[in-house]
Design a protein around this ligand. Structure first.
Ligand code: FAD
Length: 296
């Protein structure tokens, strides 16, 4: 099922999903059901967020273990360095590998509540480049039969919040590639051109690894605002207005926008699409169905 990660040439565009650990027992039951639906359509991998929005890190490892033991999907672990020492990070990486999970998205991570980018705890954290090297170091320490797996990193088509320029962002992504990253996944964005021009510039600067566009079918006005803040660009006015006219809740509008965006990205050469599921399977499966990416 892991076409992209094993490097064989895909015959048609591929897809992958992102989920996050549930925050209650009821949410965990719903998520168990959703990941069964998601894994049934054969994604390249399902990624699990780590410590995002103050979520419990052990809960991420539990969810990765569930995916590993109870679905056919390849789990990919988001992993962050914030507030941890090198030794603590190594222990955690071993723990994740002991659970049978060898694919990582190496991140610095969001500052936890109460801290910001200037806090010494944040500026003193390992960067994603250093983490990519650390993961490789841990792999090398393990017996040959367990030192498999790939490392992905984050890419920011509209710039990292602290970035001065697009070329600085691309230089930073190239540093991630040089540290051993084999795959990049983008931050959310709304317009195909933002991704396509970024990839084009990155390629000209020497980037060779695949860059998967991250897409999320939004269901509510609140999600649309959240995505706009992550994307660093305003949401398309027509989408915002239609969502408000529908009373702030209209999953079909997010699905429609994502289908259109994915079509333009795939036509422009994107190798695959990475769908942020928001722990729901219905919308992302509707997108894939419409794009004819699901197996017959
Ligand atoms: P790094 O690449 O290590 O960057 C760290 C620091 O380097 C920055 O804060 C900045 O000081 C500097 N820097 C980076 N780029 C530039 C630049 N171009 N110019 C100047 N300075 C720069 N967070 C979580 O906590 N958990 C998750 O599970 C999670 N999943 C994510 C998944 C994806 C696909 C993406 C795109 C982001 C995710 N994040 C997650 C958020 C991410 O951790 C934050 O965006 C964080 O601010 C940066 O992480 P990074 O790995 O890109 O950092």
């Amino acid at each position: 099922s892991a076409t992209l990660l094993t490097g064989s040439a895909p015959t048609r565009a591929r897809f992958s999903f992102e989920v996050f650990p549930a925050r209650s027992g009821a949410a965990a039951l719903a998520l168990g059901n959703s990941v069964q639906h998601l894994s049934a359509v054969g994604p390249d991998f399902i990624s699990v967020t780590y410590g995002a929005n103050g979520s419990n890190r052990d809960a991420s490892i539990d969810l990765l273990t569930y995916l590993r033991n109870h679905t056919d999907a390849l789990p990919l672990a988001h992993f962050t360095t914030v507030s941890e020492t090198r030794e603590q990070l190594k222990t955690q990486i071993h723990r994740i590998m002991d659970a049978g999970v060898h694919d990582f998205l190496a991140l610095r991570g969001d500052p936890p509540h109460g801290l910001d980018e200037q806090s010494p705890e944040i500026t003193g954290s390992l960067t994603s480049v250093e983490l990519t090297e650390l993961i490789a170091e841990v792999r090398a320490e393990r017996p040959a039969f367990t030192s498999v797996g790939r490392t992905a990193v984050a890419a920011y088509p509209n710039g990292h919040p602290l970035s001065r320029s697009r070329s600085a962002d691309i230089d930073w992504l190239i540093a991630k590639q040089e540290a051993g990253a084999q795959l990049a996944i983008t931050q959310l964005f709304f317009r195909a051109e933002e991704y396509l021009s970024y990839v084009d510039e990155a390629r000209r600067a020497g980037l060779t690894i695949p860059i998967l566009p991250g897409l999320m079918p939004v269901s509510t006005s609140a999600q649309l605002r959240k995505v706009a803040s992550l994307a660093g660009r305003p949401a398309p006015v027509e989408l915002e207005r239609a969502m408000e006219e529908a009373g702030g809740f209209a999953p079909e509008l997010g699905v429609e926008h994502t289908i259109q965006l994915a079509r333009e990205l795939l036509a422009g050469g994107a190798p695959s699409i990475h769908l942020y599921t928001f722990n729901r399977h219905e919308q992302v499966l509707a997108v894939l169905e419409e794009l004819k990416l699901l197996e017959a």
